[in-house]
Design a protein around this ligand. Structure first.
Ligand SMILES: C[S@@+](CC[C@H](N)C(=O)[O-])C[C@H]1O[C@@H](n2cnc3c(N)ncnc32)[C@H](O)[C@@H]1O
Length: 197
C-alpha cells in the first residue's frame, strides 16, 4: 500500500538514511548478511538508499522493487546506476523460482495486508539455502505511530507473533535480534526445502 504523505516525508529524511546505514544494515550484518557475489532482491526499496548500501557490498546483481511511483522515481533519480522497478510485492511472478540468493526487506510487510502472500512468494523465489533479511516493527508500535503521528498504516493483522507463526508453518527457519523500535530477522530456506515451481 502507498505511504501516507506524513510517512512518505519521514522515510525521505537524513535520519532515516542514518538509521539504515548505521543501525539496521550493521544489525543485518551481525545476523550474517553477506551479499558479495549474490543475486539480491530488495522488496519495498523506497527511495533507493537501501539499494545504494547493499550495492557497496558487491552483489552479483541487485534489483529493488516498490509499489509507489514516487519512491521508484526518486530511487531512479538518486541512483541511476542501479535497477529499480515499480512492482507490487504480492506478485513476484516475473521472477523464476529459485532465482535469488538473498532477499532484503527494510520495514515493509506491515504495509501490506496480504503480507503472507509476499512471504510465500519469497519462499518460491529464493534458492534452497537462500536467505531473507527482514526488519519489522511490533504491532503495538505501529498503532502508537498511527495514534501520535497519524502515519495511517493499513488495517492488517500483521504483528511479530503472526509473522513468526507463518514462518514456522512454512519451510523457513529463523533467528532474530530485538531492538526497541525494530525486530531484525535472519530467515533461511534450508538447502533441503521443497522446490515450489
Ligand atoms: C516504511 S517504507 C520503507 C521504505 C524503505 N525500505 C526504507 O527503509 O526507507 C515502506 C515501503 O514499502 C512500499 N510498499 C508498500 N506496499 C508495497 C507492496 N505491496 N509492494 C511493494 N512495495 C510496497 C512503500 O511504497 C514504501 O516505500
Amino acid at each position: 500500500m502507498k505511504l501516507s504523505d506524513v510517512e512518505f516525508r519521514a522515510m525521505n529524511t537524513w535520519w532515516r538514511r542514518w538509521g539504515q546505514q548505521h543501525v539496521e544494515l550493521p544489525l543485518f550484518q551481525r545476523l550474517g548478511l553477506d551479499v558479495a557475489g549474490k543475486e539480491v532482491l530488495e522488496i519495498g526499496c523506497g527511495n533507493g538508499y537501501g539499494g545504494f548500501l547493499l550495492n557497496q557490498l558487491g552483489p552479483k546483481s541487485y534489483l529493488g522493487l516498490d509499489v509507489m511511483e514516487e519512491q521508484i522515481a526518486m530511487a531512479r533519480r538518486n541512483y541511476p546506476q542501479y535497477q529499480f522497478i515499480l512492482q507490487d510485492a504480492t506478485d513476484l511472478a516475473q521472477f523464476p523460482a529459485a532465482s535469488k540468493d538473498v532477499v532484503v526487506i527494510f520495514g515493509v510487510l506491515h504495509h501490506i495486508p496480504a503480507w503472507r502472500e509476499v512471504l510465500d512468494e519469497i519462499a518460491r523465489v529464493l534458492k534452497p539455502g537462500g536467505q531473507l533479511f527482514l526488519e519489522e516493527p511490533r504491532g503495538v508500535d505501529i498503532k502508537l505511530f498511527d495514534f501520535f503521528f497519524r502515519w495511517g498504516h493499513p488495517d492488517s493483522d500483521f504483528g511479530l507473533k503472526p509473522l513468526e507463526t507463518h514462518l514456522k508453518s512454512s519451510d523457513f527457519q529463523f533467528e532474530k535480534l530485538w531492538t526497541p523500535l525494530l525486530t531484525m530477522y535472519h530467515i533461511f530456506k534450508p538447502p533441503s526445502a521443497r522446490h515450489v515451481p
